[in-house]
Unconditional design. Structure first.
Length: 56
């Protein structure tokens, strides 16, 4: 889902978190300001996220 928004996967940490009796992986994504602007967004008027964390 986040790839459709332009984010790039930067890293994967296996068994990062333990919850509800199981270990979960942590995937990190990034979207740089320049990449955000290339998509037709203006960083001055829009909110650009540089890191998003996804636990699976």
């Amino acid at each position: 889902m986040v790839q459709k928004l332009g984010f790039t996967e930067e890293g994967l940490l296996h068994d990062y978190a333990y919850s509800h009796g199981r270990f979960m992986d942590l995937t990190m994504y990034r979207l740089l300001k320049d990449e955000w602007n290339e998509r037709g967004n203006d960083v001055e008027t829009s909110c650009a996220v540089t890191w998003i964390v996804w636990v699976t």
